[in-house]
Unconditional design. Sequence first.
Length: 507
Amino acid sequence: MFRTNLAVAVGTATVVAAALTGVPASAQPSAPNVAPAAAADALIAARPSYLHASSLDTFQRRQVISSEGINYVPFTRTYKGFPVDGGDLVVATDAAGKAVYTSVAQTSPIGDLAVTPKITDTAALATAKAQLKTVTNVEGTKLVVVAEEGKAARLAWQSTINGTGAEGVSRLTVNVDAISGAVLGTKEHVTNVSGTGNGWIYGSVTLDTTLSGSTYLLQDPSHTTVKAQNATGNATFSGTDNVWGNGVGTNRESGGVDAFYVAQKQYAMLSSWLGRSGQNGSGGAWPIRVGLNDQNAYYDGTQVQIGKNTAGQWIASADVVGHELGHGIDDNTPGGISAKGTQEFVADTFGAATEWYINSPADAPDYLVGEEVNLVGSGPIRNMYNPSALGDSNCYTSSTPTGEVHAAAGPGNHWFYLLAQGTSGNGQPASTTCNSTTITGLGIQKAIKIMYNAMLLKTSASSYLKYRVWTLQAAKTLYPSSCTEFNTVKAAWTAVSVPAQSGEPTC
Ligand SMILES: [Zn+2]
């Protein structure tokens, strides 16, 4: 979902501290067996004040996601019929249909906003196109209302365009003020690894492939959107013998083997550890295309592209493919791609969890990103137990949300490591904290479960500050009879200098 660009300062918007304080009793469905969607609908219909809804707002329920007995019901919002960018929310209900938590992106009512544009869609599109170096395709332009934290709502023309920008391949959504013609914000959908490399091959692995006639395909037989393709022509790798690749890192089909193996293993991890059906939440994923002529890999909402290291080896390791598909998971949980410096840390947690789930002797699980290769002769590109070892920040500061997105992953990766492994490292390297405290880890399986369930409360107004609140709520929901998990989540955020938030959950 579109939000604003990363240059927006972190504000003080509150996630509505649920427990439903202040919500009318009539809005709290409590009868057993009430369908979660109906329960959420009833809550929305009662228009509690924390929705910041006017009489001109309407809400659209999206696909319900269930996890660990809780149903997460996302909603989008329209104002006078126009989509509200930043108007989304999630209602979490328990098995009895009772709402237990609500996260709301919008922080104030839209009020009385005229919805007649003063500039044309053509003029707005021209402004949008000027945000890229080259434009190869326009997906469309539509009128929206932008409800940005701490600012008055604006009518905007929203265009999504494809091409190249300063950072390379781009799929960019641009909001242009429909009254003044100014750019209100941009959102990049291409989320890359900043050029990691891995020529290493998983070796001899078992793959669940598809037989079509007399031809085998590198495509999952049960989940057909999970497949590996040659990026030249986008043809799914195929053959007559069901034997794939040759173990040589520069061989494109061998890269396809690694990528497909990781995608299937991650699919299994999501099911086994998190109860999620596929990377997209609906039993599928996206084609992984090997052959990008760049020291990089990316996800753009429709595909994953895998590039190569300086030795020409395709970089399809767990912490790269798992990371890119992690962007897809982020994109396909409420609120869309995480914002304000959190998107790369979110993807790294899924890369690490995938690597640990695979637990291959060819790639001993760790908390480095891209460690097997020498992309440019300097080993891994990120370090989760000591981000500063590779130039990223160990500790959160007020400038983190506006920093370069990969560097901004440092505090979040550090938090995840402390949550999973603790300061001792528990068999992994020791990790220091920003406040000289000692933390005992919960293990990576609990850590990723807390992370994922927090993402189900995500809105388009995500940030490190919100993730602190959402992960605390997730720990509380997942482990209702223990405060150990909650306290560890809290201690780990404090240990990376993400401060306590007004109204955050307590245990
Ligand atoms: Zn990334």
